[in-house]
Design a protein around this ligand. Structure first.
Ligand SMILES: Nc1ncnc2c1ncn2[C@@H]1O[C@H](COP(=O)(O)OP(=O)(O)OP(=O)(O)O)[C@@H](O)[C@H]1O
Length: 307
């Protein structure tokens, strides 16, 4: 007998989640013998539910929510030896994992996709004691993104990030960073360090076109200049998918990373939410989870059918 858990954050996606629960449950019942629906009430619930599902040998945990909820579910699953398959119905503002895998951004379509979805291995990162699925960012702009409140996101969606990001350009001072990666180190001034597992970062799908969700690598970008003028110069490269070649950008691929910075008390933005303070150690767990992705997606060789 197969069992799936549907973890719903009713506050996510401008509080529209509830309207999709019935449809999602019915769709999952086409694939699984039993579906348990769990609604979160506060931060931490989604992690506890997912962890419980792993302990109870559920076959799959499907998250319905924004990146915060997805990150929590990944944390609940990743600590276990035996991990249920992971799926999600995106409801938030950014949804880089959906953008990177062809999972529809529209909830109705994402639910429909689950009927025929296949499993694909995905890497998970670990920063200190916390797992992540998309991206880490450190610098003044990342600090600014941390200032966006849940209320602002619910009301204004991605515009809230944009406004806070623009404000931060006024104080884009360079910081003294020290990075250690597999094949070297960086010791110098930078405005922003971004380390991603996915090709899409902050909703920008061409950020790191080389990145695959199962390549076992962190794609690290060190932006050594980042005034409004420099950012405008990088824009065409970002559109073309060649950001790594931009003037003022250092790019490395690595499995391990240490980040430190002197001066400011900086914390790391993890998958769009505030995370631990520097210094931090980061490690990739290759193909740690199996993710439901659209049938016939981009990279067929590592897809497999289950349930
Ligand atoms: N019932 C609830 N009411 C209010 N907040 C909740 C509830 N359940 C969970 N939360 C909190 O809501 C946070 C934000 O959720 P999430 O990121 O999934 O949605 P979002 O803010 O709409 O998406 P995004 O961050 O992509 O914009 C979670 O990290 C969690 O702490």
């Amino acid at each position: 007998m197969t069992k799936a858990m549907l973890v719903v954050n009713p506050s996510s996606g401008k509080e529209k989640a509830e309207g999709y629960v019935d449809k999602a449950e019915k769709t999952l019942l086409k694939r699984f013998d039993e579906v348990e629906v769990k609604r979160t009430e506060k931060g931490g619930d989604a992690t506890d539910f997912a962890s419980h599902a792993a302990e109870q040998n559920f076959d799959a945990v499907i998250a319905m929510g924004g990146d915060g909820t997805l990150n929590e579910v990944i944390n609940g699953l990743s600590i276990h030896e035996s991990r249920p398959a992971f799926g999600f119905i995106p409801l938030g503002t950014v949804n880089d994992l959906a953008r990177s895998t062809g999972i529809p951004l529209k909830p109705k379509k994402a639910i429909k996709m689950l009927e025929t979805a296949v499993l694909r291995p995905m890497d998970v990162g670990k920063i200190e004691e916390h797992f992540f699925m998309n991206v880490l960012a450190v610098g003044m702009i990342a600090q600014a993104v941390d200032q966006v409140s849940v209320e602002q996101k619910t009301k204004f969606g991605s515009i809230a990030y944009f406004v806070e990001g623009l404000k931060a350009f006024n104080r884009h001072e360079l910081l003294q960073f020290k990075l250690d990666y597999d094949e070297g180190n960086f010791d110098g001034d930078a405005a922003l360090v971004v380390a991603g597992l996915t090709n899409s970062v902050g909703g920008m799908e061409n950020w790191a076109p080389d990145a695959e969700i199962d390549d076992g690598l962190l794609h690290v970008f060190v932006l050594t200049k980042l005034g409004l003028f420099d950012a405008a110069g990088m824009l065409p490269q970002l559109v073309k998918g060649t950001l790594k070649n931009s003037d003022g950008v250092e790019y490395v691929q690595t499995k391990h990373l240490k980040i430190d910075a002197s001066g400011e008390d900086l914390s790391v933005n993890v998958d769009g939410d505030p995370g631990p303070a520097l210094p931090v150690e980061i490690k990739v767990f290759p193909s740690h989870l199996n993710l439901f992705v659209p049938e016939g997606g981009k990279k067929k060789k590592s897809f497999f059918k289950a349930f």
